[in-house]
Structures are given as C-alpha cells and as structure tokens.
Design a protein around this ligand. Structure first.
Ligand code: CP
Length: 302
C-alpha cells in the first residue's frame, strides 16, 4: 500500500517521478486532453479537520480532472464534534467507500497514525508543525520550472521556521534532490533542527537575500504562536519582512515563493507579492497538478 505522508523518508526517484508526472499532467491539461479515465470511479475523502483554501480546492480539482469523486468533509458539522476519534471517523470514510483519505489535522503524526492502522492509502494535506508534503511537491515543481535542475540550487527559507511544516517538507525534498538550503528567522522562531538535515542557518535576512536563487517567505502562523514569541508585527516586518528595498538586493534571476495565505505587509509587502519576481500564484496553479500526481501515485496508476 502506498501512502504520501511526508518527504522525510521518500526515495529520491519517487520524488523526481512525481515532479515529472505533475509536469506531464500540466502539459496534457493545457492541450485540452481528457484525463477523467485515469481514476474513474474512485472516491477520495477530503478529511480536512483544520482550515484550508488552496490545498482543499486543489485536491478537489485534481479529483475532478482525473475522474475521481471527491467526498467533502466538514469538520464543524461532522461527528468529530460529538467526540468521535480521528481513527473512527476515518473508518467511517473507508466503510462508505473511500479509496483514499486525504487528511489535514493539527496534530503532528495524524496521517502517519492512519497510514499504520487503516488499511487504506493516506495522503497528508499537512499535520500540525510536522510536514506538508504536497505543498513541498508543488514548490519543487515551481522551482523546477525556473531552474530545470536542483543540483547547486540555493534556496532560502525565511521566517517562522519553527512552526512551519512547509519549511520541513521543502527542506527534506530539496536536500534529497541536491539543492542547498539556508534557513533564517527570529531566534525563537528558527530552531536549528533543520540544520541537522543539512540546511545552513543564518541569523539575518540581509545575510541570505543576495545569496540565493529562490526565497521561500514563510507565513507568520498566528494560530500557533504564543503571545511571547513575537514582539510586534511591525518589528517583524522591519527585520524579517521582504520589502521592495530588500527584494532589490536579490540576484537578478532570483524568484520569490510563499506557501500562502500571506500576511501582506508583515512577512511580505504587496509590491513584492505581486511583483515580477513572485511565483506565488504559479505555485497555487501547480498545486492541482502536484496533487493529481500524488493521487495517481497512491492509487497505483502511475
Ligand atoms: N499553503 C496552504 O497549505 O494553504 P491552505 O492552508 O489554504 O491549504
């Protein structure tokens, strides 16, 4: 049984294959090809127990493009509000006919737990502060579009690294594919655990900005921050925000990514988010193709 619950242990060949499949699906969709035969008759439960816009809708669109039925799940009106466990809810989805469960949950390890116990392919749509592997896949597709190779690529990951499942999965993926990763963020938000994975740690954004081919600006996760971790958003912007002036210090060819949703005027200014270096809205578009590749992969069709 194939799962897709993280990039920590994924084989490089599988990751590279998923990038290739996502790019191929994008080409086929652009040509107007009908791909609804690929997962025709399959049912995909979208079990989002934490808020989402991009991930949820792109999985739904990925299902539609491949001919699978997305089974919507509304946590607020589900029996989880009556105390049903995650595992029992997942068992319900299996019993009513889901072929795969896509799960987003605030608890670290929730997708891994389901993968070990449920007997159904599990795809992580993000678990707490741990991993967000399909986000990393779409980030890798976007980087591949611009640089063709990961060997020697230098990517900065800046901001709230500590709480970022995006940073963790991207770091795993980039290191596997041969890229260099530099992480930076305010002391309490930039724990050095990613350096154990081979990332370099810098203490100032200004020491990163001119050195990288791509800069991933992370979202300040207000929902996961305790009151003492951030003095003020204005101060954060002063030291860690990607302003127009800082963007001008980047190498000419360098690009800017952000997983979104963005805190405009905090970690990134409007003029940069909407400017010529930004590939943020390309990332969102690539999310559909990345998720098509993953659904196809776990359902054994690749
Ligand atoms: N980047 C991301 O995961 O966005 P959503 O929370 O909207 O899914």
């Amino acid at each position: 049984m194939r799962h897709f619950v993280g990039l920590r242990h994924i084989q490089k060949e599988r990751l590279q294959h998923l990038i290739d499949v996502a790019c191929e699906y994008r080409r086929q969709v652009a040509e107007g090809q009908d791909l609804t035969h690929v997962l025709s008759g399959r049912a995909v439960a979208l079990m989002f127990v934490e808020a989402s816009t991009r991930t949820r809708f792109s999985f739904e669109m990925a299902c539609n493009r491949l001919g699978a039925h997305p089974l919507a799940f509304n946590a607020a009106s589900s029996s989880t509000t009556k105390g049903e466990t995650l595992l029992d809810t997942a068992r319900v989805l299996r019993q009513v006919g889901a072929d795969v469960i896509v799960v987003r949950h605030k608890c670290v390890g929730a997708p891994q737990q389901l993968a070990q116990t449920l007997g159904l392919p599990i795809v992580s749509a993000g678990d707490g502060t741990n991993e967000h592997p399909t986000q990393a896949l779409l980030d890798l597709v976007t980087l591949h579009d611009h640089f063709s190779t990961f060997k020697g690529l230098r990517v900065g990951v800046v901001g709230d690294v500590r709480h970022s499942r995006v940073a963790r999965s991207l770091c795993f993926g980039l290191k596997k594919l041969g890229a260099d990763v530099v992480v930076a963020g305010p002391g309490p938000l930039c724990t050095p655990d990613l350096t154990a994975l081979g990332a370099t740690h810098q203490h100032k954004l200004d020491d990163v900005i001119g050195q990288v081919d791509a800069l991933m600006m992370l979202r300040i996760q207000r929902e996961r921050l305790g009151g003492s971790m951030l003095a003020s958003e204005a101060e954060y912007r002063t030291f860690w925000g990607l302003t127009e002036a800082r963007s001008a210090q980047m190498q000419d060819h360098a690009i800017v990514l952000h997983p979104a949703p963005m805190n405009r005027g905090v970690e990134i200014d409007d003029v940069v988010a909407d400017g010529p270096r930004s590939v943020i809205f390309d990332q969102m578009k690539n999310g559909v193709f990345a998720r098509m590749a993953v659904l196809n992969d776990v359902m054994g069709q690749s």
